[in-house]
Design a protein around this ligand. Structure first.
Ligand code: RB5
Length: 148
């Protein structure tokens, strides 16, 4: 799968480890930055990976900041993005099965690398179930359309 990944200064090390992990599984990973530990603003990076998901350049996105909250909220401001902000694998899995999430966000200051790998595994390997969930996702997107 082609996956986009983006992060702020708090999360460079976690990003690098995840890129290596995903590549070792045969995924193609596009790094949208930052690669610097100098203080930066997470919305810059959240928007980049979200735009890549919406344009179809990548199939799914991963967004990391200190808490996952700032970058995740940013991603959800981009039309067409359904970003799951989470720190445990159950939500990562069900964000795909029931919500058709296309970006996952988490915090490098909240979880460790092994949990991050579990989240990414669930997010990448779980498929949307459709059916009644498709109706609900449709309603969700109607809310977005009415409030843009
Ligand atoms: C940066 O210090 C921090 O605010 C950021 O990584 C993130 O936690 C914001 O939500």
């Amino acid at each position: 799968m082609k996956i986009g990944i983006a992060n702020d200064h708090a999360s460079v090390e976690m990003k690098n480890e995840l890129v290596e992990y995903l590549q070792s599984q045969g995924h193609v990973v596009i790094n949208f930055g930052t690669d610097s530990s100098e203080s930066t603003d997470y919305p810059i990076w959240g928007e980049k990976v979200s735009n890549a998901v919406v344009s179809g350049e990548v199939e799914r996105g991963i967004a990391i900041c200190g808490t996952g909250v700032g970058i995740g909220i940013t991603c959800n401001k981009v039309k067409g993005i359904r970003c799951c902000i989470c720190s445990e694998p159950y939500s990562a899995r069900y964000s795909r099965l029931h919500n058709d999430a296309n970006v996952i966000a988490f915090g490098s200051r909240v979880i460790g690398i092994e949990t991050a790998k579990m989240l990414v595994d669930e997010f990448i390997n779980s498929e949307f179930e459709g059916g009644r969930h498709a109706r609900r996702v449709g309603l969700m997107m109607d809310v977005e359309a009415r409030n843009m």
